[in-house]
Design a protein around this ligand. Structure first.
Ligand code: E4P
Length: 235
């Protein structure tokens, strides 16, 4: 579609009404600030983000769920499905908008199927291949989380994976939403939108960078100078 710009071909089959912005943090103040701007459709956390917050997982997750209407991903930490299922049920009991996050292992997929059958939303995380994404969709995942930044880190273009998953899911009308994770740059967000990913989960600092353009700053400065010269007031 945009080959001359080096962008991937993409013709989303199922046009969506909205591209969802989740914030990738467990810091309440950061979530609240962006939520007040209407930029938060959901939140993702993981064990590393819980560590960074210094908070108790059950307490901080409850606070996030009280603040944000959309899905809040909370990750299980066991490796065996029986324990993952028990943890998932405990996390899901925190609030109605919890999405239980499970790793892309056979135990994780078994947990996904069980919790999905129970009526819970499941986010399958640590996805690095199209076949893994296919398995997650077959297990009934509400969300698949491919990690684009971590692929870029090992010289594999993470956005290629998003385009391939989009194509595969659209080929079969899988309803699993593509939640682009491990976002490191604003370009990851642009390309996710061009490809037609359903959701991006973004660290707050990167989300705030989306607004920057030097011509906006320069233009505003010019308008303010000219307005001052008019000597007028609106209020
Ligand atoms: C979110 O769901 C993921 O856990 C997160 O985006 C991973 O990001 P990282 O690769 O920067 O740790």
């Amino acid at each position: 579609m945009f080959p001359k710009n080096g962008l991937r071909e993409s013709i989303p089959v199922n046009r969506k009404n909205d591209m969802k912005f989740f914030v990738d943090t467990a810091e309440i103040s950061e979530i609240a600030e962006l939520n007040d701007l209407g930029m938060v459709d959901g939140v993702t956390t993981n064990p590393s983000l819980i560590l960074k917050s210094g908070r108790n997982i059950l307490e901080v997750t409850k606070e996030i769920c009280d603040l944000v209407e959309g899905p809040v991903s909370a990750e299980v930490v066991s490796l065996k499905s029986d324990e993952m299922i028990a943890e998932g049920r405990k996390l899901a009991a925190i609030a109605e908008n919890i999405a239980v996050k499970v790793p892309l292992t056979w135990d994780g997929l078994k947990t996904c199927k069980t919790l999905t059958d129970d009526g819970f939303k499941v986010n399958v995380t640590l996805c690095f291949s199209t076949n893994q994404a296919l398995l997650a969709a077959k297990a009934g995942a509400a969300f698949i989380s491919p990690f684009v930044g971590r692929l870029d880190d090992i010289n594999i273009d993470g956005m290629d994976l998003i385009a391939e998953i989009r194509q595969i899911y659209d080929n079969y009308a899988f309803e699993t939403e593509i939640l682009v994770a491990s976002i490191r740059t604003v370009n990851h967000i642009t390309q996710s939108a061009i490809i037609g990913a359903d959701v991006v989960t973004v660290p707050p600092a990167i989300l705030k960078k989306l607004i920057h353009h030097p011509l906006t700053d320069k233009g505003l400065e010019g308008f303010m100078k000219d307005w001052a010269k008019t000597g007028q007031k609106i209020l």
